[in-house]
Design a protein around this ligand. Structure first.
Ligand code: B1M
Length: 227
């Protein structure tokens, strides 16, 4: 029996459990992530604390080793699936706040890009803050955003990109909105690891959101200004 199989998650203290969850996320062990997430919640951890300290931090570590060529796509996919299993437990809890309806956001990852964990997290946090969220998924061409705007009439458009090769597509989307004369009908928020404020300015977005919490705060303040 391996050392791993000897570990009983419920017997670990909080710090050891979080550490173990980082390891389990790294190893793509979805069942262990589900168990660890439930244990932390049973111990009274706020869902947001579980999300940021156990899951997002674990994924950050995966990202570093992916960058350095220690982990490869199939392994990172397993980590992503484990992360999603934990997020599925937290989603209803994050959305439970019963906040009043704040507005409507459509959000999608741009064309050519299939990364969706961060986008999903932003969607979950926005729902938790009282926004209605229409998730367009991944790999969205400009037509997909336009159709969704037509159908849902949002007051926020959110775009996510995780690749330096796909982030310029945000400008294509915003320029198309300008051509159609609809750019100023809503707030445009952009996010994703390779972006920054200067990039957001250069493509004509209203704001760059470093993380999901910033997305919520930015959305609240900019939507209030729209009203
Ligand atoms: Co990819 N990948 N990946 N990957 N991947 C990165 C992005 C990379 C930085 C890894 C690295 O080299 N260090 C690198 C990009 C390098 C670059 O562009 N310069 C990279 C690469 C190269 C690739 C491939 C090209 C690899 C290959 O095939 N050789 C390929 C591309 C596929 C494609 O999209 N066409 C690829 C594939 C994959 C997987 C499929 C294996 C998997 C994705 C699974 C999935 O998403 N379902 C994957 C993963 C998991 C990653 C890393 C490791 C983790 C991303 C993540 O989920 N982070 C990533 C490394 C990294 O980012 N450090 C990497 C956790 C998430 C919570 O954070 O997404 O940043 P993040 O979201 C944050 C904020 O950015 C912000 O809020 C979120 C929550 O706080 N935010 C927004 C994000 N979107 C927002 C939208 C908003 C507001 C805020 O709108 C309002």
């Amino acid at each position: 029996m391996s050392e791993e199989e000897d570990i009983v998650l419920s017997e670990l203290d909080d710090e050891e459990l979080v550490q173990q969850m980082h390891d389990d996320l790294y190893d793509g062990l979805a069942e262990e992530i589900i168990e660890g997430t439930n244990i932390l919640l049973e111990r009274g951890w706020e869902s947001y604390k579980v999300l940021t300290e156990a899951l997002v931090e674990g994924m950050r570590i995966v990202g570093v080793d992916f960058r350095d060529g220690i982990l490869f796509v199939p392994e990172v996919l397993m980590s992503a699936n484990a992360m999603k299993a934990g997020m599925a437990i937290l989603k209803p809890l994050l959305a439970e706040s019963g906040a009043p309806q704040m507005g409507k956001m459509i959000i999608g990852t741009v064309k050519g890009d299939i990364h969706d964990i961060g986008k999903n997290l932003v969607g979950m946090m926005m729902e938790g803050a009282g926004f209605e969220v229409v998730d367009l998924g991944i790999n969205n061409a400009v037509e997909s955003y336009l159709e969704a705007i037509d159908e849902h009439n949002p007051n926020i458009l959110g775009m996510s990109a995780l690749l330096t090769t796909t982030m310029p597509y945000m400008k294509v989307v915003i320029d198309t909105m300008i051509e159609k004369g609809i750019r100023d009908d809503f707030v445009v928020l952009v996010g994703g690891a390779p972006l920054n404020e200067a990039f957001a300015d250069s493509v004509g977005a209203d704001a760059y959101c470093r993380d999901a919490a910033v997305a919520v705060e930015t959305a609240k303040s900019l939507v209030a200004k729209l009203a």
